[in-house]
Design a protein around this ligand. Structure first.
Ligand code: XBP
Ligand code: MG
Length: 252
C-alpha cells in the first residue's frame, strides 16, 4: 500500500512516494569493490599463475568496464593473450568462488544509513528490487546478509541479461518483473555507468557516491549524495522528490 505524504495544510498537492525502488549492489548497498572484489580478483590471478595484480587506484580505473569476467578479459586482451576470453572465464569462476566465501563469512556490511532507509521504505510499503551486473552466486547471499532474505522481491543479476550496464537491460528487466511504471520508480546507484543504465530505462535516479565514484559524471541524476546518512539520513520522502525532479518524458 502506497501512501502519499500528508498535506501540510498549505493547499499544495501532497508529494508522491515511489511505488518501488531499484537498488544497484556494488558500491551502492555496500563498499564491495576495493577490499572485496579487487582482492578476490588478485587471489584468482595468483591461483591461475597469472602475473597480474590490480592495485587500488588501477582497479578504480577498470571499474568503467562492468562485469568481472569482461573486466578480466579486456585486460588480458590488451596484454595480447590469444585465449583471453577462455582464461578470463576460468579466472572469473575462481574469483566468484572466492568472493562467495568472503560474503558468507559476513565480512561485508551495509553502507551507513542503508538499513534505516530500507526500514523506512518497508514502513511505507515501497517495493524493493535490485539490478546489478554482478553474479547471482554472491549477490543472493550478500542481499540476505545486508537486507534480510526476501527483502528485495526482484533481483536481476548479470547472469540474467545479455548486455551489462550502462545498457538499461537490467533495469528494464527489473521493471518488467516488478510490473511497475518507470515513472513511479526510483533507482539508487553509485556510479556513472549505473546512472546511465537507470536513466536509459526511464528511472529517476539518486546517486550515492563512494571512494571510487566521487568524480564520475553524474549529470542527469535527480539527487547526488555522498552517503545514505550524509549530510542527513536519506528517506522515502526524499526519494519521492526525485520523481518530481525527473521529467516524466524521460520515462518513455
Ligand atoms: C559492478 C560490476 C561487477 C563487480 C564484480 O557494477 O561491474 O562486475 O565489479 O562482480 P554495478 P562480478 O555496480 O554497476 O552493477 O565479478 O560478479 O561481475
Ligand atoms: Mg555499482
Amino acid at each position: 500500500m502506497i501512501a502519499d505524504l500528508p498535506s501540510d495544510g498549505s493547499g499544495a498537492a501532497p508529494r508522491r512516494l515511489p511505488e518501488a525502488v531499484v537498488f544497484d549492489v556494488d558500491g551502492t548497498l555496500a563498499d564491495t569493490e576495493r577490499d572485496g572484489h579487487r582482492v578476490a580478483f588478485n587471489e584468482a590471478f595468483a591461483a591461475h599463475g597469472l602475473d597480474l595484480s590490480w592495485d587500488v587506484e588501477h582497479y578504480g580505473e577498470l571499474l568503467t568496464i562492468t562485469g568481472g569476467r569482461q573486466r578480466v578479459a579486456a585486460v588480458l586482451r590488451a596484454r595480447g593473450l590469444e585465449d583471453a576470453d577462455e582464461v578470463a572465464a576460468a579466472v572469473h569462476r575462481t574469483k566468484t568462488d572466492l568472493f562467495v566465501d568472503v560474503v558468507r563469512r559476513g565480512d561485508i556490511g551495509p553502507r551507513p544509513g542503508l538499513p534505516a532507509l530500507v526500514d523506512d521504505l518497508r514502513a511505507h510499503g515501497v517495493r524493493i528490487a535490485v539490478a546489478t551486473t554482478g553474479r547471482r552466486a554472491w549477490v543472493e547471499p550478500l542481499l540476505a546478509h545486508l537486507l534480510g532474505a526476501g527483502t528485495a522481491e526482484v533481483v536481476v543479476c548479470g547472469d540474467d541479461v545479455a548486455e551489462l550496464k550502462p545498457d538499461p537491460e537490467a533495469y528494464r528487466l527489473a521493471l518488467a518483473r516488478l510490473d511497475v511504471d518507470a515513472a513511479r520508480t526510483v533507482a539508487v546507484e553509485d556510479s556513472g555507468p549505473g546512472l546511465r543504465a537507470a536513466l536509459a530505462a526511464g528511472l529517476a535516479t539518486v546517486v550515492v557516491t563512494n571512494h571510487y565514484t566521487a568524480d564520475h559524471d553524474v549529470r542527469g541524476a535527480a539527487i547526488v549524495r555522498e552517503g545514505f546518512d550524509t549530510p542527513h539520513q536519506l528517506t522515502t520522502a526524499e526519494l519521492g522528490t526525485a520523481l518530481a525532479r525527473t521529467p516524466r518524458a524521460r520515462a518513455h
